[in-house]
Design a protein around this ligand. Structure first.
Ligand SMILES: O=C[C@H](O)[C@H](O)[C@H](O)COP(=O)(O)O
Length: 243
């Protein structure tokens, strides 16, 4: 099975969680796009859902394929968000933002009763950090924010290049009008500490660590689909089941 087929299989498994009348958060990225395609087929059979897209890119695809859309203003409480990820650890803490949609993705996930992350097996890691951490920052004071990010990381024993994401010769600009710094700190043993340290920097708008948001991961590999559930309660355990 090729990489695209694995994404399709993960997306197909997530579709089983979508029920009639649901208000859905719809993620961004190549895996989430496969979910949108399958969702559109389900919508064509008559199921009624309303989607809140996490990016302009996803919104455009939904419109093209006929998935009914709303906004978070009109539909502020969602039943379920389905989204991809750049990395997934055993506790379902995620790194997201490789496609630059992390801010809207996090707002939408936080407004959802449940977040399901879909991915191929290559996204699973023991400890997050192989993928550079996207940090969304205000354009104002970029250099000062960049220095502060490096200093905050250093206090936690983390170091590595922090680079401004570019599109050709221009900085990449998010749907919210911000820049993205990609921080290659390597392994992040304490994601909560790094999250807190980044949020203490005024120029940081959001970062790509998704902590305590996803409760289910659907992972597609050559040997089938693995579904991981994490109960989102203090002291809860992690269940794994393989189908
Ligand atoms: O900003 C983009 C998102 O966080 C994506 O969900 C993430 O980058 C994974 O994308 P893909 O499914 O294309 O690997």
């Amino acid at each position: 099975m090729d990489a695209r087929q694995l994404k399709v299989e993960a997306a197909r498994a997530a579709l089983a969680y979508v029920g009639d009348g649901m208000r859905l958060g719809i993620g961004t990225g190549t895996t989430a796009e496969e979910f949108v395609r399958l969702l559109a087929e389900k919508v064509a059979t008559g199921i009624k859902v309303i989607g809140v897209p996490t990016s302009e890119r996803t919104a455009a695809l939904c419109r093209e394929l006929g998935v009914p859309l709303s906004t978070l203003e009109d539909t502020p409480e969602l039943d379920l968000t389905v989204d991809g990820a750049d990395e997934i650890d055993p506790d379902l803490t995620l790194i997201k933002g490789g496609g630059g949609a992390l801010l809207r993705e996090k707002i939408v996930a936080a407004a959802s009763g449940r977040m399901i992350v879909i991915a191929d097996k290559s996204k699973l890691v023991g400890t997050l950090g192989r993928f550079p951490l996207p940090i969304e920052v205000n354009q104002f004071g970029l250099r000062a924010t960049e220095i502060a990010v490096g200093a905050a990381a250093a206090k936690l024993g983390l170091s590595g290049p922090v680079t401004l994401r570019m599109t050709g010769s221009q900085p990449f600009v998010t749907d919210g009008g911000h820049f993205i710094l990609d921080a290659s700190f390597g392994r992040i043993p304490d994601t909560r500490a790094l999250s807190n340290a980044l949020f203490a920097i005024p120029g940081v708008v959001e970062h790509g660590l998704f902590i305590g948001l996803a409760s289910t991961a659907i992972i597609a590999g050559g040997d089938g689909i693995e579904t991981v559930h994490v109960a989102r309660k203090p002291g809860s355990s992690i269940d794994h089941d393989v189908a």
